[in-house]
Design a protein around this ligand. Structure first.
Ligand code: DGY
Length: 316
């Protein structure tokens, strides 16, 4: 019998697969990241850790235990896990690809529409009592219909966004480092930005993508463009974005992820043109359940000595 640590509360019933497995399951009955010292101490005593993207699984955690075999992230992104240290320690890493693509793509579209139409600012006017009635020149936004959308990255989520955009009569371009062979591939990120009314980020967080969307890329956008980020905060230079918004260069931004989350850049908080969501890309009941199940299956398969389909390859 193995011992499995779950670092934070899962959604209701999310631990059912693990509990039915016959292994010992230790659940931390709390939301929010497990304190680092507790994590290091606990890691020494367990065979598997089921964790969230807010838990920092660093070299100290990974090196702390002789028996740790697998860390299973209840997220598709795994930038919170030191993969080099995991490999060195012989610890397998699993994630939850696929099950959250549609939900996250939906939030990207929601943010595109909200930022183009300035839905948050309009709603704030209504809630605060500033709205005094329909007026022809009030709350004028920009159409999504007919716009050119630049997707940075065309993985599963980027493709799901692209499919949805077909319903809005948009022109969809994409940038990836290697030629996708698909219509709309744009080899240069700056060229993509120069043609994008909406620039939407769909790449993972890596050292290569840190601040990929920087002042130079933002400066290449046409006046009145909109930036959307549902991937990871580290990919977008938020200070550069705040500069562009405050200068009136951009129409708005729609952000579901942040560099220092849960702390939000005060300049973005103060910008009425920024639609801000608290990292809810995958937050539907069915998707979060599916993520818990997939993470649990990954653990059980590694413990059983098989290779799970959701094993993160060493070179990913
Ligand atoms: C992920 O899974 O990486 C998302 O950011 C949260 O669900």
């Amino acid at each position: 019998m193995a011992r499995i640590l779950i670092t934070q509360r899962l959604v209701d019933g999310g631990d059912a697969v693990l509990r039915a497995s016959g292994h010992e399951v230790l659940t931390r009955d709390a939301d929010g990241p497990m304190p680092h010292d507790e994590l290091v101490a606990a890691a020494a005593e367990v065979d598997a850790i089921v964790c969230m993207l807010s838990d920092q699984i660093d070299a100290e955690v990974l090196a702390s235990g002789g028996r740790l075999k697998v860390v299973s992230n209840v997220a598709v992104g795994f930038d919170n896990i030191d993969r080099t240290a995991a490999e060195a320690a012989g610890v397998a890493v699993t994630n939850t690809p696929g099950v959250l693509d549609a939900a996250t793509a939906d939030i990207s579209i929601l943010l595109m529409l909200s930022a183009r139409r300035q839905a948050s600012a309009a709603e704030a006017d209504l809630r605060s009592g500033r709205w005094t009635g329909w007026a022809i020149g009030d709350h004028l936004g920009l159409d999504l219909t007919g716009a050119t959308i630049g997707l940075v990255g065309l993985g599963r989520i980027g493709q799901a966004v692209s499919r949805r955009l077909g319903g809005f009569d948009t022109t969809v371009l994409h940038h990836t480092r290697h030629d996708t062979g698909r219509k709309g591939w744009t080899p240069s990120l700056l060229d993509l930005a120069g043609r994008s009314d909406v620039l939407s980020i769909h790449v993972p967080s890596t050292t290569d993508t840190h601040h990929l969307i920087n002042a130079e890329v933002l400066a290449a956008l046409p006046d009145g463009a909109v930036v959307i980020n549902t991937a990871r905060g580290s990919i977008l230079d938020e200070e550069a974005l705040a500069n562009a918004l405050e200068a009136g260069r951009l129409h708005g931004a729609g952000l579901d992820v942040f560099e220092g989350e849960p702390v939000i850049n005060p300049r973005l908080l103060a910008s009425p043109r920024c639609v801000l969501l608290p990292h809810i890309g995958s937050a539907t009941i069915s998707v979060r359940r599916a993520m818990c199940e997939m993470a649990s299956q990954g653990v059980l398969e590694v413990l059983a000595g098989t290779t799970p389909g959701n094993l993160v390859p060493a070179d990913a």
